[in-house]
Design a protein. Structure first.
Length: 148
């Protein structure tokens, strides 16, 4: 655990190191909510006979999914890494170009929900360590000899 100052506050670097994952988690949840909202709005528009409104809602949902994906790809390229995000980008851009807006919105929901789950899962161990006064090293990856 980080050292605390005389006033009992944690070091600034500790707060800064926690801010990014928490912010990323909130952004992930907002993107999932936006995808669900866009799919739902498009579905309601389609059911009420407004095919143009449905297409617009689904196209906007796809576009909202593409923007953070582009940022992720650019960040990966800076690290000289190219991942499966490129495939998702091609699928979503292709859906927009072929005017298959519902398919693009579904891909956006799949992508954003997967990222939200990944962000949540990656934050769990650090949260457990942060709130625990003792983190036993013997329980890591099956090295515990007694029932853990």
């Amino acid at each position: 655990m980080k050292e605390e100052s005389a006033t009992g506050h944690r070091a600034k670097s500790d707060r800064a190191s926690r801010a990014r994952p928490e912010r990323r988690g909130r952004v992930s949840v907002l993107l999932v909510a936006a995808s669900i909202l866009g799919l739902t709005a498009g579905g309601v528009a389609w059911l009420t006979g407004s095919a143009g409104g449905a297409s617009l809602a689904w196209a906007l949902t796809t576009a909202v999914g593409i923007l953070p994906l582009l940022a992720s790809i650019v960040a990966g390229l800076r690290r000289r890494e190219l991942g499966v995000d490129v495939i998702a980008l091609l699928a979503m851009a292709g859906a927009l170009l072929l005017q298959e807006y519902l398919a693009g919105a579904v891909i956006a929901l799949m992508l954003t929900s997967g990222r939200a789950l990944e962000t949540h899962a990656s934050g769990r161990p650090s949260r457990a360590r942060r709130h625990s006064s003792v983190w036993p090293t013997a329980t890591r990856w099956g090295s515990c000899r007694s029932p853990c």
